[in-house]
Write a protein of this length. Structure first.
Length: 301
């Protein structure tokens, strides 16, 4: 079995990890956390989201966080934006990459963005084209690829329609999301078999949640198909505010542990990663849900 020699892990904890936390983490602590993440060997950190604070109050300090973090050379600092107002703020903050997002199902898209899928396309097209005119790369997220909390099973034709539209906007990479963490390896195989007949694997990433404990198994199946980029959140933080039942993301520390022990390089220092995890665990005053943090906490109890 031929697996990739190296995998890129895109850290989404500061955005996707914190947006679902009940507690609002202080700006200074977010900055400390991102700075610690920047020292681990990560090459990509999604630092925040420029959305209306009333939508996601946990990320209402996006501009302050972006201004306060130390930007290490060789790291892409990205931000999620929903519209042109968000893009303007992200450009003013000097973000390296812009992420846009939408769902493969109408109901989740309306809950998440308050627009139909057809209404969302022109908004994201303007964002993507404007960002590229400013020299920024644009990344796309497609939610509910493997199942929707409102509509159940999602026909792949719906997924492909959204993917094709996003690629037509010039996005550099598309992240396929298991928003509620219901995917299993057989389903991942079925989805990738069809997806890779339409799209180049080098332009695809996978974004798994670990609701049913399947995230690492789904990564393993994705590796079989040559996928080399995965989103993850340190400590397993995260979820989706508009997806009932969604629990934490695939944990960065668990993913690094698995890959490195398989001989697949990540470029990430596990010890520095654990130090960064401790910052947020102490701030939230609760154990982080990853396996690596459970081991750490037991050893340091």
């Amino acid at each position: 079995m031929k697996w990739p020699e190296k995998v890129t892990i895109k850290e989404v904890g500061p955005r996707d990890g914190l947006q679902n936390e009940k507690a609002i983490v202080s700006t200074d602590r977010k900055i400390d956390w991102i700075n610690a993440l920047s020292e681990t060997g990560l090459t990509y950190i999604e630092a925040t989201s420029f959305v209306r604070p009333s939508w996601i109050p946990q990320l209402g300090d996006a501009a302050e966080v972006a201004a306060g973090i130390k930007r290490n050379q060789g790291i892409v600092y990205a931000a999620l934006v929903p519209n042109m107002k968000g893009l303007e703020a992200a450009l003013n903050a000097g973000m390296d990459e812009i992420s846009v997002f939408m769902s493969a199902t109408e109901t989740h898209n309306k809950k998440n963005i308050n627009k139909s899928i057809s209404e969302t396309f022109p908004v994201l097209k303007e964002v993507a084209e404007t960002a590229q005119k400013h020299g920024k790369t644009v990344r796309g997220y497609v939610s509910t690829v493997f199942g929707c909390p409102y509509e159940g099973k999602v026909p792949l034709d719906q997924v492909f329609r959204v993917c094709e539209e996003l690629f037509s906007m010039g996005i550099s990479e598309l992240s396929l999301g298991d928003t509620i963490g219901i995917a299993n390896p057989r389903q991942v195989e079925e989805v990738l078999q069809q997806t890779l007949t339409r799209f180049d694997k080098s332009k695809l990433a996978l974004h798994f949640h670990d609701t049913h404990g399947m995230a690492l198994a789904n990564v393993l199946k994705s590796l079989d198909f040559g996928i080399e980029t995965f989103d993850a959140s340190l400590g397993g933080l995260g979820g989706c505010p508009y997806a009932p039942g969604a629990s934490g993301n695939l944990a960065t520390d668990d993913l690094v542990h698995m890959l490195e022990n398989m001989g697949i390089k990540t470029g990430i220092d596990s010890r520095k990663l654990m130090k960064a995890a401790q910052i947020m665990q102490n701030e939230l005053d609760k154990p982080l849900p990853s396996h690596q943090m459970a081991i750490y906490n037991q050893l340091n109890d």
